[in-house]
Design a protein around this ligand. Structure first.
Ligand code: NAD
Length: 500
């Protein structure tokens, strides 16, 4: 059974801590391996390695850094099959879904292959006589990333390619539930020609995270995970003077207008509510049909499609819905379903009680559909993070918009309509970071930036795209005078020699 260690200076490293935790195969519930949990001292060793590598890497010309990225991109593409299997075996998602997330991650690497262009500064000639001004962006230093279980390849790839291309060195603390794919990717990055100490992986739990948050050498932290932990990370990290971005939980609504193409809506909801077992921060977990008639048509069309979903482990090529990640998650989702029933929501499709032959210990839950959910129910207010879709009926379009805007989370939302006026009004008014029009999961491409509003994001920067470049660099502005023999005398009035 594999033991996952850490990755420092382009090699695996066990660390000195003797704490470990089991990696569980979610399709069977059986132990599949173990992962070392770093102590604060282990974290310090890794931070020192990253700090040592920093001056050389920061001084490497951006175009040369980009050559490593080109090579890294090719290696990721060449090895995508192997990476997808490693990922699915620990996460449980289907192989096409695993390949999809790796492909989206590769797009970020492709984006930073153009890092010389992205880091180009600004120059103003003659801001005063013989005075020029220019701005550059410089790396922040040693950066850490802390990532969730649900996208073990893609979410880390949102972070470290951008940070590293900008000239920083990086320490990744992946989820302890599915750390293997990142370890293999770290090997590929080294093979691509990345110098030692530039990209490091430290595995662990709260102890490792706290050590990163408190380490004086770590300058910036990117976090993706649940809101409770993200808020904690943001508070502690910024309290220690670090730059922090924390992308957090979600409850994403899809508004169905009476004029929407119902077949399109149903296709969209099946993929976005039940894909990856609902364990996506951009999953749609609330459908808001406008008008009773729209709602009746929606529930009627959705029901047979949900019942027909193929629930199976990732090893079955026909699987559409794999297991959820853990026993704890399985119990939590079942508990929410009980709460929904107890509060009077109508469970139209009940995906509980699934037992697959040979996988009786697996954490499988079929697609669930609740109708007549109200906004005071916990199945509406809370992020369930499982294959559970709630239908909340709205009488009017304005009621639907208010619902979207009043929810504490603001990650993603979508509207399905054929009416351009409604669509434009919706995206303009939504207090949400990412909005789709007839697109259920509006995840921005790598050269735009990903991030939510409200309690879905703590910090000022979204992730990847130009926002990523800004987060991982500091702006510096120079004002230079080359007087060619002209003396202007002492100045006391702060005008740079201009008349006022
Ligand atoms: P999580 O918050 O439990 O864990 C995220 C990371 O924090 C992991 O690396 C974990 O080891 C660490 N961590 C956990 N508890 C900690 C503690 N007490 N102190 C310090 N560190 C701790 O999240 P998860 O269950 O792995 O992932 C699911 C969550 O992530 C969902 O809420 C989902 O919405 C969110 N998510 C958000 C986005 C986004 O971009 N907004 C993307 C993906 C996932």
């Amino acid at each position: 059974m594999p033991t996952i260690t850490h990755f420092v200076n382009n090699a695996t490293w066990s660390g000195a801590s003797d704490r470990t935790t089991d990696i569980i195969n979610p399709s069977t519930g059986a132990v599949a391996g173990s992962v070392n949990l770093a102590s604060a001292n282990d974290v310090d060793v890794v931070v020192q390695a990253a700090a040592k590598a920093l001056p050389g890497w920061a001084a490497t010309p951006p175009a040369k850094r980009a050559t490593v990225m080109f090579e890294f991109r090719d290696l990721l593409k060449k090895n995508i099959e192997e990476l997808a299997v490693l990922l699915s075996a620990e996460h449980g998602k289907t192989i096409p879904d695993a390949k999809g997330e790796i492909a989206r991650g590769i797009e970020v690497v492709e984006f930073v292959c153009g890092i010389p262009q992205l880091l180009k500064g600004e120059y103003s000639e003659a801001v005063a006589s013989n005075v020029d001004s220019f701005s550059v962006r410089q790396p922040v230093g040693v950066v850490a990333g802390i990532t969730p279980f649900n996208f073990p390849a893609m979410v880390p790839l949102w972070m470290y390619p951008v940070a590293i291309a900008c000239g920083n060195t990086f320490i990744l603390k992946p989820s302890e539930k599915d750390p293997s794919v990142v370890m293999r990717i770290a090997e590929l990055f080294a093979e691509a020609g990345l110098p030692e100490g530039v990209f490091n992986v430290v595995n662990g739990d709260k102890e490792a995270v706290d050590a990163l948050l408190d380490h004086p050498t770590v300058e910036a932290i990117s976090f993706v995970g649940s809101t409770a932990i993200g808020e904690y990370i943001y508070g502690r990290g910024t309290g220690n003077g670090k730059r922090v971005q924390a992308l957090c939980g979600a409850k994403n609504h899809l508004v169905v207008m009476p004029d929407a193409d119902m077949e399109q809506v149903v296709d969209a909801l099946i993929g976005s509510a039940y894909g990856s077992a609902g364990e996506r921060c951009m999953a749609i977990s609330v459908a808001v049909p406008v008008g009773e008639e729209t709602a009746d048509r929606l529930v009627e069309a959705l029901t047979p499609r949900i019942r027909a979903l193929k629930v199976a482990p990732y090893t079955d090529p026909e699987s559409e819905l794999g297991p959820v990640i853990s026993k704890q998650s399985f119990d939590k989702i079942n508990d929410y379903i009980d709460q929904g029933i107890a509060k009077g929501a109508e469970l139209v499709v009940d995906g509980r009680g699934i037992s697959l032959q040979g996988y009786e210990g697996g954490y499988f839950i079929g697609g669930c559909l609740f109708d007549r959910v109200t906004t005071d129910m916990s199945i509406y207010t809370d992020e369930i993070f499982g294959p559970v879709l709630s239908v909340v009926r709205a009488e009017t379009y304005d009621e639907a918009v208010d619902m979207v805007n009043d929810h504490e989370y603001g990650n993603g939302t979508a509207i399905f309509t054929r009416d351009g006026d409604a669509a434009r009004d919706f995206w303009a008014r939504a207090r949400i970071g990412m909005v789709g029009v007839n697109v259920p999961i509006p995840v921005p491409v790598a050269y735009h930036s990903f991030g939510g509003w409200k309690r879905s994001l703590f910090g000022d920067h979204h992730i990847h795209g130009m926002e990523g470049v800004r987060f991982y660099t500091r702006l510096k502005t120079m004002t230079t005078r080359w007087p060619s023999g002209i003396r202007s005398g002492a100045e006391f009035n702060f005008t740079g020699g201009k008349d006022v």
